[in-house]
Write a protein that binds this ligand. Sequence first.
Ligand code: DGL
Length: 264
Amino acid sequence: MTDARPIAIFDSGIGGLTVLAALRRRLPAERFVYLGDTARLPYGTKSAETVVRYAVRAAGFLAGHDAKLLVVACNTVSASALPALEEAMEVPVVGVVAPGARTALAVTHGRVGVIGTESTVASGAYGRALRALDPEIDVVARACPLFVPLAEEGWWDHPVTREVAALYLEPFARGRVDTLILGCTHYPLLRPAIAAAVGDDVRLVDSAEAVAAEVEALVARRELAGSGGGVRLLVTDAAARIDRIARLILPDTAVNLELVDLPD
Ligand code: DGL
């Protein structure tokens, strides 16, 4: 028995493509439909109420594509809107915060840094997820709002990005944390600049692999495995820049962005 319905993946922009890449490596026989709400990006500077409203609308749109499960490949949405999405959707919903927290706890010696959008940091979601698993854990969080536009610009290891990273990440350098959660799906794209700013002794945690492992287990447990493969990339604004960046993140995929409108 196979289930030919696609797995839906959602982010505000191209950051979630880092999660899609990990999912495709683990689940090559699955069909994926990816939605980047590029017309409304950034989500991370907006209020939680607005993020919930945008997320519920996007999830409803993806439900209309007959998705068998929804992967919320956006920390901002996972931090603020997961309960609303679980209520709105009839299929399982997988977020990125819990898998990222579990991965960090598996490698840390007790001092964890978290970087993310303003919205993610203000939500306190990572602190809660980490302390629920280990009440003794020491957590320091900082918003890095310029990282998303730098990633979307394709300046992944640009001198300006290295300079911005050095300024933002100063509180995490020189051994003040031993593990740093990249709490935004755009940030793995800036990994070399982030690693240079915090130094070799700090473990960087990207939740993409952990999310992909969780989805793989869920697909097996619920007997949802598909056959066929393939990717559809839907965006709400198809600027040439988005197309260029998508090709860089998914070099093995035939990138063909489809412009869509999200109904109210
Ligand atoms: N990729 C999103 C995240 O993981 C943030 C991008 C945005 O601010 O819209 O939080």
